[in-house]
Design a protein around this ligand. Structure first.
Ligand code: RET
Length: 278
């Protein structure tokens, strides 16, 4: 039936958009593969991490384990949302953008779900470093700020300038996260006796996390130098390192050094670390 008034909500339109988006994703084999690869890897990681953690008994090590396990759990939900078209939109880019006036596929669900996965990564790292609540709170809230403002940057269609303003706000939050990771937590980890593993995971995290804003700027959301599919592959590859490889290394160490983890109380440790493969 014809919709005579723009005030009347026609539920057929959003449904058509989602079906249309799903069709566009499925027609782009490379884009589709970049999503399904992560669904498969997240599924395997969940099974592996459950198996790795089943003998962990101490409460602190269990907390790190659950936080780590939540990373692939959030990821599989995130990628299922993207692969179904539920969390992908068609956005008309504003004047000034390289694709101005065109409808561009925007996988905004990625930025939304980082709000849930990245705090888990930081919680696990902070607990490993034996940090205090103030620094943990700082890192996690700054990280959430980074993700939410990153989501805003991706969703703005009214002004090209404001997309970049939000991008810069997000970067400012990110600097605070980097400060905690690079300056505060290494000191805490040294006092806690977890320097070696923390140092390795910190390096992996900082290097890979820096790739995300670079990719955003080069990809279809920013200067559009890369196609939607290449941008998506970029994020998918970064995710494989920053989530599954990171979580595997962390969990393997925690499972082998439960006593050390348990004795870490905000800056004081009594145990001594042993290599993860002992
Ligand atoms: C955005 C764009 C705006 C500026 C900045 C960004 C940083 C994103 C980061 C994401 C990390 C995601 C991870 C996900 C794992 O589940 C939002 C791309 C600074 C650092 C590790």
């Amino acid at each position: 039936m014809a919709n005579g008034s723009s005030l009347i909500f026609d539920p057929a339109f959003p449904l058509q958009t989602q079906t249309e988006v799903l069709r566009m994703i499925q027609e782009n084999a490379s884009l589709n593969a970049s999503l399904w690869v992560n669904i498969a890897l997240a599924g395997l990681s969940i099974l592996l991490f459950v198996a790795m953690g089943r003998r962990i008994e101490s409460s602190r090590a269990q907390l790190i384990w659950v936080a780590t396990l939540l990373v692939p759990l959030v990821s599989i939900s995130s990628y299922a949302g993207l692969a179904s078209g539920l969390t992908v939109g068609l956005l008309e880019m504003p004047a000034g953008h390289a694709l101005a006036g065109q409808e561009v596929l925007s996988p905004w669900g990625r930025y939304l779900t980082w709000t849930f996965s990245t705090p888990m990564i930081l919680l696990a790292l902070g607990l490993l470093a034996g940090t205090d609540r103030a620094k943990l709170f700082t890192a996690i809230t700054m990280d959430i700020g980074m993700c939410v403002t990153g989501l805003a940057a991706a969703l703005i269609t009214s002004s090209y300038l404001l997309r970049w303003v939000f991008y810069l706000i997000s970067c400012a939050f990110f600097v605070a996260v980097l400060y905690v990771l690079l300056v505060e937590w290494p000191r805490d980890a040294a006092a806690a006796g977890t320097s070696e593993i923390f140092g390795m995971l910190k390096l992996l995290t900082v290097v890979l996390w820096l790739g995300y804003p670079i990719l955003w700027a080069l990809g279809s959301e920013g200067f559009a130098l890369l196609s939607v599919a290449i941008t998506s592959w970029g994020y998918s590859l970064l995710d494989i390192g920053a989530k599954y490889i990171f979580a595997f290394l962390l969990l393997r160490w925690v499972a082998a050094n439960e006593r050390v983890v348990d004795s870490v109380t905000t800056g004081r440790a009594t145990g001594t670390a042993t290599p993860a493969d002992d």
